[in-house]
Design a protein around this ligand. Sequence first.
Ligand SMILES: Cc1ncc(C[n+]2csc(CCOP(=O)(O)OP(=O)(O)O)c2C)c(N)n1
Length: 624
Amino acid sequence: MKLMGDMLLRKEPFEEIVIGNTALVRAMVESGTRVVTSYPGSPTPEIATAIQSIPKGDRPFYFEFSTNEKVATEVAYGAAVNGHLSTVFFKSVGLNVAADTFVQLSLMNIIGGMVVVLGDDPGANSSQNEQDNRHLARLSYTPVLEPANPGEVYLFYKEAATLSRLHHMPVILRLTTHVCHAKEKVAFEGLPDIGFDDTPRFDVRNGPYIPLTTEVFAKKRRALQNLAAAEAYAEDTFINRVVDHGNDRHGVLTMGLPFLSLMDALEGAETKPDILKLGVVHPIPRSLVKEFLACHREVKVLEELDDILEKEVKSIAYDEGLTTRIVGKADPEDWVGEYTADKVYTVISKTWPDLLLPRKRNTRQAPATPARPAQLCPGCGHRSAFYAIKNALAETDITVADIGCHTLGYLPPYEMGQLLMCMGASPGMGSGLALFNDSRKVMAFMGDSTFFHAGLPGVVNAVFNQHAITLILMENGTTAMTGHQDHPATGQNFNDVTEKVPVRSVLEGLGVEHIYEVDTYQQKKLQELVEKAVQDDGFSVVIARHPCMLKFTREQRRKKGYRPRRVSIDQAVCDRNHACVAEFGCPTFTRHEDGSVEINTDLCIGDGSCIQTCPTTAIAPLKS
Ligand SMILES: Cc1ncc(C[n+]2csc(CCOP(=O)(O)OP(=O)(O)O)c2C)c(N)n1
């Protein structure tokens, strides 16, 4: 970590192999970024890891994980209208949460400049959907720069910061999962001497900053002017470039990862199309595109996810009276998934069947990897909770999942969670399911980070409108799924030790009458409390608490004198009823063909949460 921190602050120019997320942080430092905010979500959390590698006292900017993406955007905006170059970063669906604030940004005179870094996720590697946030960029009149690799992440952030500062407008840097995590050698420039003037520069004369009534029109005109300025920049910036193969028949218009994949797919091809690779993907540089179209008889628009560029290019061709054959998406499959080299090969072959060489397949037979379905970690408190709660509910009862590690409760053997939408949606959906419903209990699950992120309004609504549901608050003391970031109830923020905002106090403050608390390892007690809570009138909450055992075990391992713990199965006592495998389902259990069950000692952390699940008490701590 220290090495990374030193590198990010190195004065002289250097080259280093880094991932896109790390290259981004160096660009933030070089650009004089003063305030950075975020809410964690893949593929962006490693940006915070890189920031963390710089010791707090040496960090040239303030960083915080805010309670959600909307708040993070507001904090960054507030700092930017006070004169500080600011940046907010979050995952694709985070923009939905931030949207109410985000869509206003382009209307404002952001005197310090503001870069919005989005981690879009084609391929839905770690998201509920594949949403293409270029749509929201169009909707909000915000320019978008899209790099293809870590080197471009570094360069494009600096361009985005300069553009934003120059026109006092928000600029999006759109990363995708591949670009965030790809690794390559990047040549970094030296660190300029940046003297920060932290005088608060907020001044209403730079505004107005109140977008109401007729002010909205003037502001919208300003946003459109800024967009025109961004298009003028796009017409001759180095980040839009042509790869000239001297081909006046075939041309490809592309960007980001599809460009890299295209270069791969073209390897060895005798005839290669010319390529216009766009770095500014909104607004489109019309003249540049027109010229490219005019020089080719057939142009393929190669873009991941939706057909946004295709529509724009076709409308430019129409306006300019061009007869170039423009080929976009051929079928619905072209809209789905990451544009890897194999995918691009398929997509290009549909347009030009004879252009590419037969795709070389790796002929060496890779050893088959065993299937590894997603599962909760050994010792996870959520497992104990699901195991106990399943025993407390009838088969016909309805369970609503939320986003987090506990989402995995929907899998066998628990099957707790029959609907899922987005962060914080479970109490609201549960409330709807409870209407006109006296016969089936409704239970919603939610994690503690999500509670503060977007869960609160649904909880308040359940109190306010007296919905008869039970919320199980899965409190593991961290934002586990995205890599253990702190949240308001942990007593620590990114920078300091803080006062906790206890979940129970919040619920009491909201007037929740029925609140129960239990450690999830007390499975019998949890079952009894849930049986009671579902009988309560109206809204009830069970705080099902156990620390995240992955985090806990990691911390223990770092301590001096740490001795691993295990459990073992007494084969003489085990009657092979298989409750441990069939109902509790910890991944440390291996069931052999002869019916015996063994503990995988590489996985077992000796937490003992399984002991109570064995009717014959065959499981016991292993004496060391
Ligand atoms: C709007 C949005 N922001 C961020 C994420 C990424 N994300 C997935 S789960 C999660 C938080 C889970 O934390 P918590 O609710 O405490 O549950 P845990 O994983 O700890 O069980 C986050 C931030 C997301 N899916 N959606």
